[in-house]
Design a binder for this molecule. Structure first.
Ligand code: AMP
Length: 281
């Protein structure tokens, strides 16, 4: 495995591999099995697997959250190597945003205004779209692997890649969960045992909604079931939306995406589940 810190060095290392298929896994590090699922998907489909590790300051609206974000580079490099990553790109902030940096990639419309965009503010998805555009252009991979856990991020990145004509296919990998159902997240490490026990209401609420959706198509009725399960938690949003447009659904007809964000103590958690289109009898 080769680790590089500049875009120039990355291009040089990748040049001889361009005949084969290149896959990239963008991350903010502090790797867990969710990230490794993305690596395994890339490894299964690509000749060369690139991982990027960059804690992107521009997508954090909260300076304390950025400060506290876990940085575990040695552990990440060991896991990346053990799981078959060929090249790790670890840029510093000054490599990604050199003096004079003045460009923002901003995806307009409901897909960035609702849910995470509403809670975290406009700058969040501007930060995500700009850094992902820059990373995808640096690697010019055939395929980029993203987690279904960040469902809105997938919608925004897919739109951005189509709009800018970036020649990289976006592949989505299912959410990895702990045995108790909690979606793996770098932020889970901050939960106390008591908070973690309370956080389990999140996957339970999603499962209860998915389960009830086999007999109930009214979104309000499904959300009431989810809210009952989440009682006592600080819920930022619980919504049932169109999986592509992210618009609110009142009735489940086609596929639906159930999205939730909660705060447990000082930790913010998001999760989602897709309800497939129910085939009519
Ligand atoms: P992050 O390092 O949190 O920015 O995540 C990097 C990539 O890993 C993103 O595409 C995430 O959606 C994905 N990811 C994070 N957690 C999980 C998970 N539990 N299962 C699958 N993918 C995940």
């Amino acid at each position: 495995m080769i680790a590089v810190t500049t875009i120039a060095a990355l291009r040089e290392v990748l040049a001889p591999t361009r005949g084969g298929r290149i896959g990239v896994v963008p991350t903010m590090g502090n790797l867990h099995e969710g990230h490794l699922d993305l690596v395994r998907a890339a490894r299964a489909e690509c000749d060369t697997v690139v991982m990027t590790i960059f804690v992107n300051p521009t997508q954090f609206e909260d300076a304390a959250d950025l400060e506290r974000y876990p940085r575990t580079v040695e552990h990440d490099l060991a896991l990346a190597e053990a799981n078959g990553v060929d090249v790790v790109f670890l840029p510093g902030v000054e490599e990604m945003y050199p003096d004079g940096f003045a460009t923002t990639v901003s995806v307009d419309g409901a897909i960035t205004e609702v849910l995470e965009g509403a809670v975290r503010g406009r700058a969040h998805f501007d930060g995500v779209a700009t850094v992902v555009a820059k990373l995808l252009l640096a690697v010019l991979a055939d395929v980029a692997y993203f987690g279904a856990k960040d469902a809105q991020q997938v919608v925004v990145v897919t739109r951005m890649v189509a709009d800018l004509g970036i020649p990289t296919r976006i592949a989505v990998v299912p959410t990895a969960r702990d045995a108790d159902g909690l979606a793996l997240s770098s932020r889970n490490a901050r939960l106390t045992a008591e908070e973690r026990a309370r956080a389990l209401a999140v996957p339970r609420a999603l499962a209860a909604i998915a389960d009830a959706s086999t007999r109930e198509r009214d979104a309000a009725a499904l959300l009431a079931i989810g809210r009952a399960t989440l009682a006592g938690l600080d819920v930022e949003y619980l919504e049932i939306v169109d999986p592509d447009a992210l618009t609110t659904l009142t009735t489940l007809e086609g596929a639906a995406l159930v999205v939730v964000a909660v705060r447990v103590g000082a930790t913010r958690l998001i999760d989602n589940v897709t309800i497939p289109r129910r085939s009519d009898p």
